[in-house]
Design a protein around this ligand. Structure first.
Ligand SMILES: Cc1cc2nc3c(=O)[nH]c(=O)nc-3n(C[C@H](O)[C@H](O)[C@H](O)COP(=O)(O)OP(=O)(O)OC[C@H]3O[C@@H](n4cnc5c(N)ncnc54)[C@H](O)[C@@H]3O)c2cc1C
Length: 325
């Protein structure tokens, strides 16, 4: 049971793979963690089938995250199903406030709030995630063997995603609003040009998604091969993602030039006592996946454990119920 009247050793913000893994490791180090997050399971829980988590050949992301959560709960980690709206350091102690205004305190913080995928803003775009609409080519390409699919975007992720998709799908259309690729690495553009089943549609936007209970095609804002409609079994939207940095900014943590929280190899940020893990961070480069998020969570919990062991919990009343100061 979560309690506002005690201070925790580590306040873990987020309810995805990175947060659950951090909580599990923290609990096993016998420090006192607590998790906050309004949305169970993060992106993994809504991403459909997971086929690249080692040891499990195929599992629905929701079920995988349910296992993560149950494992944290069976190690007595309290979970508060509310988002954190503010975080601050008060001398040697961190304080966070939930959406309903409850205040919790802890000796350290792990930020694991992930990223917000950029969307096209089309009807059914979110509803059909896992039913033809995907935001992750690395994740979902193997589900499109023999299909005709599209990918929207003109950055490195889109071009790399298109090349990957072309190894599974029969035909791939990369749809980009610009008139040429300027941002992707030259090697990736060359690979794209070499794929005979990959077709580029420049100067074009996707303006509608068609289908009844899932994607069957897209509508373009100009004609391609004499039609504004293309029949597709899948559309991949690779137009970027924005790290959720509000809390990191409140805590004064350093970000890189793409707004990712910068962490060292242990998951430590630029602010003492603040650690970070998962897709929010620069730790795994472009490989933002469930396994790298979980690994980041384990590392951050280890670093938080070492931090708390060295500095103690100076929040006043310790989680175990005794005063440290
Ligand atoms: C469609 C799709 C399919 C995918 N498929 C795969 C796949 O097949 N294999 C794979 O390995 N990876 C896949 N991924 C990537 C994988 O899901 C992510 O890399 C992983 O979820 C990152 O975990 P995370 O814990 O860092 O962040 P997230 O999973 O994004 O979790 C962040 C959590 O923080 C919470 N949060 C946000 N703000 C606050 C706040 N203020 N207070 C508290 N909590 C907050 C969120 O609600 C969420 O619960 C897929 C992603 C998508 C979008």
């Amino acid at each position: 049971m979560a309690s506002k009247d005690i201070s925790y050793d580590v306040l873990i913000i987020g309810q995805g793979a990175a947060a659950y893994a951090a909580a599990l490791y923290a609990a096993r180090y016998q420090i006192k963690p607590i998790i906050f997050g309004a949305t169970f399971g993060g992106e993994t829980a809504t991403g459909g089938s997971i086929e690249n988590y080692p040891g499990i050949s195929e599992i629905d992301g929701f079920d995988l995250m349910m296992r993560f959560r149950e494992q944290a709960e069976s190690n007595d980690v309290p979970i508060v199903d509310e988002n954190i709206v503010s975080a601050a350091r008060m001398e040697d102690c961190f304080q966070v406030i939930t959406e309903s205004g409850d205040l919790y305190q802890g000796a350290s913080v792990i930020l694991a709030v992930g990223r917000e995928r950029r969307k096209l803003g089309l009807e059914n775009e979110t509803e059909w995630m896992g039913r033809g609409v995907s935001f992750c080519a690395t994740c979902d390409a193997p589900m499109h063997r023999g299909n005709t699919v599209g990918i929207v975007g003109g950055g490195d992720a889109a071009v790399k995603g298109a090349v990957l998709l072309s190894k599974y799908a029969d035909q791939v259309y990369i749809i980009y609003r610009g008139d040429r690729f300027t941002r992707p690495e030259a090697m990736n553009i060359r690979q794209l040009e070499e794929r005979t089943n990959l077709h580029t549609i420049f100067n074009t936007n996707v303006v509608g998604l068609e289908g009844t209970d899932g994607l069957e095609g897209v509508v373009l804002d100009r004609e391609f091969n004499g039609s504004r409609q293309i029949k597709l079994a899948g559309i991949f939207i690779e137009i970027g993602a924005d790290p959720r940095v509000e809390l990191a900014n409140q805590l004064g943590v350093k970000l890189n030039d793409t707004d990712e929280v910068m962490v060292d190899k242990h998951g430590a940020t630029s602010v003492d006592g603040v650690f970070a893990a998962g897709d929010l961070t620069d730790a795994a480069g472009d490989l933002k996946q469930t396994i790298t998020a979980a690994a980041g969570g384990a590392l951050a919990a280890t670093a938080a454990y070492e931090y708390v062991s060295e500095h103690g919990n100076r929040c006043g009343v310790h989680a175990m119920g005794y005063a440290l100061v």
